[in-house]
Design a binder for this molecule. Structure first.
Ligand code: DX5
Ligand code: ZN
Length: 223
């Protein structure tokens, strides 16, 4: 079954504690926490102090997605701030820097993921795949919520699925960007196991129904 990770990027930041409690109540599986530095992506979101406050406010699984250059400088600090999993982009540093960031997270006993921008091939994760807990396939250009899902990412999701099945079966395959009821089915069919959803959860009038629809909870039961 597809698990759903609402992205706080689409929440009302002035009411973040309540927003998080509300998506938990609505049945969300994970909480997705987007960090942007204004350099790796052309936007700035939230950082370490907000992560630490969120950690105090909820026991939800906190999936931190770093869209920052040189993730090795901050990956460990997000672990210390309370992340359960930290992912960062293969494009954000040299292979050596990425390897160091992976170790930084693993040494702290947290889960580690690598993310791929739309222009990066599935094979880019191969050097680190045996050590990863997650591969995150971006289905929009990172930087902003509310963008249109890129259908041409589906073959890449299938490719990552087959690499994971061969080399690291317990690794999670997450997709992020433009996930709604329709595109959730597409990514799930391609082998995704956790879908990030910002707008389609936080902007829904009934968040419980929205999460259920994304997960397709009722599809099999109705037959
Ligand atoms: C984009 C972020 C996403 C974003 C998803 O760079 O990584 O997590 O918030 O938002 P939606 O679901 O609105 O596309
Ligand atoms: Zn994200």
């Amino acid at each position: 079954m597809l698990r759903i990770a609402p992205s706080i990027l689409a929440a009302d930041f002035a009411d973040l504690g309540k927003e998080i409690a509300d998506v938990k109540r609505a049945g969300a599986d994970w909480l997705h926490f987007d960090v942007m530095d204004g350099r790796f992506v052309p936007n700035i979101s939230v950082g370490l102090p907000v992560a630490a406050s969120v950690r105090k406010a909820t026991d939800m699984f906190m999936d931190v997605h770093l869209m920052i250059l040189e993730p090795v400088l901050y990956a460990g600090r997000f672990c210390d701030a309370g992340a359960d999993m930290v992912s960062f982009h293969v494009e954000a540093d040299t292979p050596e820097g990425i390897g160091r960031a992976v170790r930084e997270v693993r040494d702290r006993g947290k889960m580690v993921g690598l993310a791929l921008k739309p222009g990066t091939g599935a094979e880019a994760v191969l050097p680190w795949l045996p050590e990863l807990d997650m591969v995150l396939v971006m289905t929009v250009e990172p930087g902003f919520g509310g963008q249109r899902f890129m259908e041409d990412m589906l073959p890449k999701i299938r490719k990552v699925r087959s690499l994971i099945d061969k080399m690291r079966p317990k690794c999670v395959l997450e997709t992020d960007g433009g996930i709604d009821e329709r595109t959730a089915r597409l990514v799930a069919d391609a082998g995704c196991t956790v879908a990030v959803a910002g707008s389609s959860v936080f902007r829904a009038s009934d968040r419980t129904a929205a999460i259920r629809a994304l997960r397709a909870d009722d599809v099999n039961r109705e037959v």
